[in-house]
Design a protein around this ligand. Structure first.
Ligand SMILES: Nc1ncnc2c1ncn2[C@@H]1O[C@H](COP(=O)(O)OP(=O)(O)OP(=O)(O)O)[C@@H](O)[C@H]1O
Ligand SMILES: [Mg+2]
Length: 365
């Protein structure tokens, strides 16, 4: 018997993008009917970072119009929906509450099931939005503003964390370097742009955990080394900044390549056949990183898949997809669902600490 398509409204408000999308999940894959992202960069730029209170207020002001636009572009009324999916964590709690409450209200008013989506599950499934190649299982490198993890994605809802950062997320490191060099906000793309014009050999920067067993990450030492070099430069010109960005990005690429090799070695016995490497999250928009991962995948006889750039950073299409996949499996949530500022994808792994966490050197997570 063929499956009835599911039409889902997705809502995303966990950080600094107010987003709504309508997605129809067919038996053969997803169809994105509308995909609206209202960015808040201009409001946060004066502070060179996301200010939680400003983000929450901007979601309040922008969400109703964003949802209305997503419905209009999809050409549908709420009555045509099969469910409402809203990010329920992890993220900035003020923003999460705005989106989750809106989702609950629409679900209640129209008698629809609510799906409370883990934002990380949205990122994890985002490479499946374009329907090209990201079939289960796959080795996911999730690199975003708040996370840096390897996850064996076995199926919808079946996630096994293989490694994680013991300190900063990779996106956070990009953002801090941009702030340090006064490049502007949001920082990641500006560091990538500056790196293109820089000399990656000028600064000799550390590569924490390189060559160590396992596939955890650490970026704190690299960040501190960048701070020290910036202080030594005093008043850097653009070329100095570009050289530091290029040196930083080269260190990042070395680290990620080394860690991904080890993650593949852990993933191979789980899967066995030709592996699939998938990158997702905001930093997966970095073209130098994508190029490196693609080359490594080819060398190791893996397929490489990454979503189009617009679905790397926060969006509601990935939340709608996660919601639709969960609803298809029969999962929905009570309207009493409580937002979760912290919500690991693999709860079992998160309960133990990463293998290189302070005080547990060398122990297995
Ligand atoms: N081209 C790029 N190069 C490097 N980093 C980038 C690039 N584009 C975006 N980023 C980084 O990606 C991050 C934003 O990604 P995303 O929106 O997925 O994170 P988040 O939602 O804030 O965090 P999380 O998903 O972990 O809760 C920022 O840290 C940003 O600097
Ligand atoms: Mg995100």
């Amino acid at each position: 018997m063929s499956m009835k398509p599911l039409t889902i409204l997705g809502i995303e408000t966990s950080c600094d993008e107010t987003a709504a999308a309508v997605l129809r999940l067919h038996e053969h894959g997803p169809e994105v009917l509308s995909d609206i992202v209202l960015g808040q960069a201009a409001q946060h730029a004066p502070y060179k970072g996301v200010v939680p209170e400003i983000a929450a207020r901007a979601h309040v002001e922008g969400l109703d119009g964003t949802i209305a636009l997503a419905m209009r572009e999809a050409g549908l009324g709420f009555g045509a929906l099969d469910g409402v999916a809203a990010t329920a964590g992890p993220g900035l709690i003020g923003g999460v509450l705005v989106g989750l409450t809106a989702g609950k209200a629409i679900a209640l008013a129209h008698g629809l099931p609510l799906i409370a989506v883990n934002h990380l599950e949205g990122h994890a499934l985002s490479p499946r939005l374009s329907g090209k190649g990201a079939t289960f299982p796959y080795l996911l490198l999730l690199v975003s503003g708040g996370h840096c993890q390897f996850i064996a994605v076995m199926n919808v809802g079946v996630y096994r964390r293989l490694g994680t950062t013991v300190d900063d997320a990779l996106g956070e490191a990009f953002d801090k370097l941009a702030k340090l060099l006064d490049l502007g906000f949001p920082g990641g793309p500006l560091v990538e742009q500056a790196a293109r014009a820089g000399d990656s050999t000028r600064f000799s920067l550390p590569r924490p955990l390189l060559g160590r067993e396992g596939c955890d990450f650490s970026f704190a030492g690299l960040k501190t080394a960048c701070v020290r070099e910036a202080e030594r430069l005093g008043a850097p010109n653009y070329q100095d900044k570009a050289d530091l960005c290029a040196s930083f990005q080269a260190a990042v690429l070395d680290i990620v390549t080394d860690r991904t090799r080890n993650a593949m070695a852990l993933f191979d016995p789980i899967w066995g056949a030709k592996g699939r490497l998938v990158a997702a999250g905001g930093v997966a928009a970095n073209l130098a990183l994508r190029g490196k991962l693609e080359a490594l995948a080819a060398e190791r006889n893996y397929d490489f898949v990454a979503p189009p750039l617009k679905w790397c950073t926060d969006n509601a299409a990935m939340i709608a997809l996660a919601g639709a996949e969960r609803l298809r499996l029969g999962f929905s949530d009570e309207l009493s669902f409580v937002a979760r500022p912290r919500w690991p994808l693999d709860e079992a792994a998160a309960a133990s600490r990463p293998s290189h966490a302070p005080g547990r050197k060398g122990a297995k997570a």
